[in-house]
Design a binder for this molecule. Sequence first.
Ligand code: FE2
Length: 272
Amino acid sequence: MLIAHLTDFHCMPDGALLGGKLDSRALAADAVRTVTGPEFSPDALVVTGDLTHDGSLSAMRAARAATDLSDIPVFVVPGGHDDYETFAKVFPEHVMMGNDTRPVLRAETVGTHRFVCINTLGEGELPNWTEAMSEELDTVLSEEPDMPTVVVLHHPPFQCQIPVSAYCQDPTVTWARPLHATIARHPQVKLIPCGHVHRVFQRIWAGALVSSGSSTVVQVDPNFSDFWTSAAEDRRNFSLILEPPNFLLYHWDGSEFTVFNLPLKRDFPRVA
Ligand SMILES: [Fe+2]
């Protein structure tokens, strides 16, 4: 099993560039072509939210056009920049298990692995997760306790020192406590790909590997010195960095995932 991970396309509405500079639609499409193409031939692609920058229908359709370039199974969740109703309209097969609370969007098996997509969207860019939502996830995870499982979501479920919005208002990340308890009860959950913070990092959390991906457009650096000062809503000073984006590949060897962090640019010169 080989899984490709892209995130945070931030597709713009028709005719617009991100920050007046970046054609985020073209970058998303190029990224999907690159990671799902013959160089790697993964078995599945996960895309962990912020498909759009403004939540608009035209931007969501551009994100859909990008993911449709893949001929392998794709698992997509909405992010804080997306509008849920628009997401559900444009990606209807990705909300097959949706209901009023919409905690579990989709659960499907590809080969040896099960993919469970969950919706962590709250107000604005903030995450939300409740005990009731966790109970529903627990029910879904209990259906296949022995199958290695990938839980796909947008928000990293812990404080990760990257001063973008969602965590500044919830320093102890209280929203994720019931999610932690549920994941910890299901050791078959091996991998939790996420997005939101535009930086690659990994951490073991609740017994699973949480893996944050690189945005296809701009990145954000962690802050280990004055995070809380810079994170305050009226004093945020993080930069959106125009560095070359990466993507992640997760290779399953029969017992665990190994993570590969590779540049989307594939034509660097070879010296040998
Ligand atoms: Fe984002």
